[in-house]
Design a protein around this ligand. Structure first.
Ligand code: BJW
Length: 249
């Protein structure tokens, strides 16, 4: 392992461009639950098809809204950890050298100070219309979230449409600009760090395959085995709060 770390540090030192794909594990040491941990993960307690699909929201908007409201509220009390901070520090010391791609919606990378985060699965603190708004004229027009009433998610104060969290649910397209930029970074990097993700959700996980196919060294950082270990040139078993400060020193 120590030898592996030294080798990966060497790859990173020599890489003109690094891409990093992060997942829920990066925020675990901040106290944010992951999705697939067998004991504490969200999907150990809830079914994804009841909470993370558009169908689920249309069936029971209050239940889905409340779940997101609780997660938003819990996130107010957590802080970025040394893993998030090591990435942000590296990006500030080496401007433009590391493209940060995250599946996380928790905003912790941004709060740690990372610039230009490519948030593939959206942002839990933002809202969007459930259906297209007839009053919106430009794509950047935002909805005006009204007051939530007990048992009912809020509606847009302007057009009356239902409002939902601006995250990417199963079966939905990822934000096209962020995905295109992530694919470009995967295709041009010399090293891709895959940190704190089980590597089972696509198209995000496909970025590691893409980087490998383009000749990059792929490095998995995770305390547990992942679906992407077989694509990796090196697998570092450990937590991100411990290993990222060592790798990105
Ligand atoms: C630590 C740690 C520590 C713990 N340090 N590590 C190709 C093949 C098969 C299926 C598909 C495919 N292409 C598309 C699909 C379908 C689907 C999919 O991937 N399904 C698979 C699950 C089977 N994908 C989609 O639907 C995507 N959309 C799409 O493809 O659109 C195209 C299209 C649309 C319509 C028609 C046709 C095409 C959208 C996926 C959206 C995922 N959304 C969620 C919810 C977001 C909102 C929310 O937060 O509520 O995103 S699901 C959930 O999983 C969340 C996460 O971002 C995502 C990934 O999870 P992640 O980050 O890997 O977390 P965990 O919990 O799984 O893993 C944590 C890891 O951390 C573990 O490995 C731990 O060991 C580790 N760890 N402590 C470091 N301290």
């Amino acid at each position: 392992m120590a030898q592996h770390i030294t080798e990966v540090q060497h790859w990173l030192q020599n890489a003109a461009h690094i891409a990093m794909l992060t997942g829920a594990g990066v925020s675990a040491e901040s106290g944010v639950p992951t999705f697939r941990d067998a004991q504490t993960g969200y999907w150990a307690r809830f079914k994804p098809e009841d909470l993370a699909t558009e169908d689920a929201f249309r069936r029971d908007p209050a239940c889905v809204w409340d779940w997101y409201a609780e997660r938003r509220s819990n996130l107010q009390h957590v802080q970025p950890n040394p893993g998030h901070r090591a990435v942000a520090d590296f990006q500030h010391r080496h401007p433009g050298r590391l493209t940060l791609i995250t599946q996380n919606v928790d905003g912790l990378h941004q709060r740690a100070g990372s610039p230009g985060v490519l948030a593939l699965h959206g942002n839990i603190f933002e809202d969007q219309w459930l259906d297209a708004c007839a009053l919106a004229r430009r794509p950047q027009d935002a909805c005006h979230v009204g007051q939530a009433e007990p048992g009912r998610p809020p509606r847009c104060a302007q057009c009356g449409n239902m409002v939902r969290p601006a995250v990417v649910w199963f079966g939905e397209m990822l934000p096209s600009a962020a995905l295109a930029a992530a694919e470009q970074a995967a295709a041009r990097c010399q090293v891709m760090l895959v940190v704190g993700t089980a590597g089972v959700v696509y198209p995000a996980a496909g970025l590691a395959h893409r980087a490998r196919a383009a000749g990059a060294q792929v490095v998995v950082v995770n305390p547990e085995p992942t679906e992407l270990d077989e694509v990796a040139d090196a697998v570092l078993r450990g937590t991100s709060a411990r290993l990222l400060p060592l790798l990105l020193d």
